[in-house]
Design a binder for this molecule. Structure first.
Ligand code: DDH
Length: 292
């Protein structure tokens, strides 16, 4: 790592690919955690680091990696994301030249791609900010709410209905943890593989309210082993959302294409264009592609 100590070190795409490759290793090294992968929680970290963006004021978003600071690290929506931040901190120690915002968003991209998802265009340029940049609490969606709330939150970031529905397909990955959000369980039978199963299951299964002491959530009538949040179920109830959700259930390629575009856009929210090193975003290679 001689490059690391050079004072005028300007990282190239190859240097970021090295970081990507380390991320791929580290998210897989999770024998005792969830389904053996830090991938889903890393995808969620990249989302919550970016989804605070408010286009009216230009505040929030991924630029300053403000979730390193209190009170943002303690915002209710971010419960459990310290797991992802700590896993990535190891990589920050090895590649000290990368900003936290670039590291966290590149990790989201690497996690999606390594879990067999679409290629997500990404480019570096985020800078580390300060505690004073921390956005107010309440900018991320509340799972107990309905369509008007979802629209308020995502329109504020600059997304439309199609992009909202595409982004929510990330719930093919991972699970809810009672000690984090209060909700419980996974959305799909393959929570470490990126698929369009979230939409398929929404339409193919019969969803009933779970009888328990926890927050209101749905379970599949047949196996009772899967879950949907109230905000997930709304995607089948609201006419405009339903149109897109059905299209993604029927066409995995369409979902991959639209998810890729929307997630890439999400990860750049709040970053001034002039900060980006490259005029167009890069496609990072998967580990498999490099080995073949
Ligand atoms: Fe989500 N999400 N999310 N989500 N999310 C949770 C877990 C994960 C909402 C609520 C929750 C997106 C949109 C929404 C992921 C990615 C994305 C949990 C459970 C809740 C609650 C947390 C826990 O207990 O550990 C709501 C509400 C919305 C909404 O849109 C209305 C989006 C847009 C993404 C994205 O990445 C693009 C992922 C991945 C997880 C699984 C995390 C894990 O640890 O596993």
């Amino acid at each position: 790592q001689s490059a690391k100590v050079a004072t005028n070190f300007v990282p190239t795409k190859e240097d970021y690919q090295k970081v990507y490759n380390r991320i791929a290793e580290v998210i897989d090294d999770a024998d005792d955690y969830d389904n053996g992968s830090f991938g889903p929680v890393v995808v969620r970290l990249a989302w919550h680091a970016s989804g605070t963006y408010d286009k009216a004021t230009g505040t929030g978003g991924s630029n300053y990696a403000t979730m390193r600071f209190q009170p943002e690290s303690l915002h209710g929506a971010n419960a459990g994301l310290h797991v992802a931040r700590e896993v990535l901190e190891k990589i920050k120690q090895e590649f000290s030249w990368i900003s936290y915002g670039d590291l966290w968003t590149l990790a989201g991209v690497a996690a999606v791609q390594e879990m067999a998802g679409p290629k997500v265009p990404w480019r570096p340029g985020r800078i580390d900010g300060f505690e004073s940049h921390v956005p107010p609490d309440g900018r991320l969606p509340d799972a107990s709410q309905g369509a008007p709330h979802i629209r308020d939150i995502f329109y504020r970031m600059g997304f439309d209905d199609q992009e909202i529905v595409a982004l929510c397909g990330a719930h093919a990955l991972g699970r809810c943890h009672t000690d984090r959000s209060g909700y419980d369980g996974p959305w799909t039978f393959s929570p470490t593989t990126f698929t369009n199963d979230f939409y398929k299951l929404l339409f193919d299964e019969k969803w009933v309210w779970k009888k328990w002491n926890g927050p209101k959530q749905l379970e599949d009538k047949k196996t009772k082993s899967l879950m949907m949040l109230p905000t997930d179920y709304v995607l089948t109830q609201d006419k405009s959302f339903k149109k897109y959700a059905k299209a993604y259930a029927d066409d995995v390629d369409l979902f991959f294409k639209d998810f890729s575009a929307a997630y890439s856009k999400l990860l750049e929210l709040g970053v001034p264009t002039q900060q980006f090193v490259a005029s167009e975003a890069w496609i990072m290679q998967t580990v498999d592609e490099q080995n073949s």
